[in-house]
Design a protein around this ligand. Structure first.
Ligand code: NAD
Length: 389
């Protein structure tokens, strides 16, 4: 079976799905590996590196003719170019990539209609067993790191306390809202850079994790029982809860030099935690980095991939921070993809056994149909009785 690594086409997407170090592992699985020419160039990996690792360098046309294509972004995650690519893929080809299936069920449905087998990596279960395949975690971790670097660069202050002959500078106050994978790494990074760091999350279990990084946990007098869903994710709370949360957070936000927002609810619009009013109370020169901008934003006024300045406060809404550290994020993504594929091959890929949990949870389309229950629901389709092979 031939697997091909595609060159990403979304503007600004510098990552590559498999780095040269991953090629050998794929070959060992008995796969024939092809890599589209220049696929790794933006991440710092040359065609010669792939060739030396045992891959054939091919054109896009040839890569799209493979039995299985590996990408960072496909389907709903791949923007406008996807439709053309989808038409050029072989019917029955398998696609392994981020596909944004819950927000783009119709795009996945069109891919299913083409006969493609789709594995969406966002759907890898967040279990200990699947941890090494978890692209959401591996990429969010670096996004959290990068958010602090971006904030520090935009801030007219330095983060650490500094005592110099010309005077003593006080440390910047950094507040991280949402302390999941990205938030905890943002907290750790801001601490390492010497800032005075606080973290807040709606899930009470997070308090200990924030404190173990040496940061202060912001406690709000809110009833948060029932805020955690299965798998450690947050549940959506009612509007009354969010209104009270904003009211209580106002003072902490106003007193921060940097606010990093990372709060998300899987498959839903992000909750608004910082209103325009709260931004107006921040000191001029302060910076908000809203990692939720693509999902509607945690901060009112943030716009995807734009810099907005309101009353001297800079609001940044970067949507693809992992791409800014493409060398390392590709390395991590590649390890996730190779481990995932190794798992599928063991489970009988391309006819992955129906009782394989990881295969079943990530399979969005097969045999001409959308098969994932949640994606079918979002596409307005009734549940399937059995998954076509
Ligand atoms: P996420 O990106 O969906 O959300 C980020 C954070 O925002 C979460 O911590 C969530 O609680 C928080 N949040 C949501 N609404 C909020 C609000 N109104 N106010 C404040 N915070 C709010 O989540 P994630 O970072 O991908 O993962 C969250 C958790 O899932 C992890 O901390 C962990 O417990 C679990 N997880 C487990 C595994 C594993 O077992 N392999 C892997 C990854 C994550």
């Amino acid at each position: 079976m031939q697997v091909a690594v595609l060159k990403e086409t979304v503007p600004g997407e510098r990552r590559v799905a498999v780095v040269p170090a991953g090629v050998g592992a794929l070959v060992k699985l008995g796969l024939d590996v092809a890599v589209e020419s220049a696929a790794g160039a933006a991440a710092g990996f040359g065609d010669d590196d792939y060739r030396s690792a045992g891959a054939a360098i091919v054109s896009r046309e040839q890569a799209l003719a493979a039995d299985c294509v590996l990408a960072v972004r496909a389907c709903g995650a791949a923007g406008d170019r996807w439709t053309a690519d989808c038409d050029r893929l072989r019917p029955h080809a398998a696609v392994v990539a981020l596909c944004d299936p819950l927000s783009s069920p119709e795009v996945c449905r069109a891919a299913a209609d083409r006969g493609l087998t789709l594995y969406a990596l966002e759907l890898v279960p967040r279990t200990t067993r699947a941890q090494s395949m978890d692209v959401l975690s591996s990429q969010a971790n670096i996004a959290g790191y990068r958010a602090v670097i971006v904030a520090a660069a935009a801030l007219p202050r330095i983060l650490p306390m500094m005592t110099t002959a010309a005077g003593t500078l006080t440390p910047a106050k950094v507040l991280v809202l949402g302390a999941g994978v990205a938030g905890l790494q943002a907290i750790a990074t801001a601490k390492r850079l010497g800032a005075q760091v606080s973290g807040y999350d709606v899930r009470p279990a997070v308090k200990e994790q924030v404190q173990s990084l040496g940061a202060k946990f912001v406690e709000l007098p809110l009833e948060t029982g029932g805020s955690e869903a299965a798998g450690g994710y947050a549940k959506a709370m009612g509007e009354e809860f969010y209104a009270r949360q904003r009211e209580l957070l106002g003072r902490v936000v106003a007193d921060s030099d940097v606010v990093i927002c990372t709060a998300l609810i899987p498959g839903q619009k992000a909750p608004v935690l910082v209103t325009a009013d709260m931004v107006a109370r921040m000191r001029p020169g302060s910076v908000v980095v809203d990692l939720a901008a693509e999902r509607g934003g945690n901060c009112e006024g943030s716009r995807p991939d734009e810099t907005v300045v309101v009353g001297g406060v800079t609001i940044l809404g970067p949507t693809n921070l992992p791409a800014e550290a493409a060398f390392h994020t590709s390395q991590l993504y590649s390890r996730n993809v190779v481990t995932f594929l190794a798992h599928l091959v063991k489970a009988g890929f391309p006819d992955v056994a129906a009782d394989d949990e990881i295969g079943r949870e990530t399979l969005v389309a097969r045999g001409g149909r959308l098969v994932h229950p949640k994606v079918r629901e979002r596409a307005g389709l009734p549940p399937l009785e059995s998954i076509p092979s």
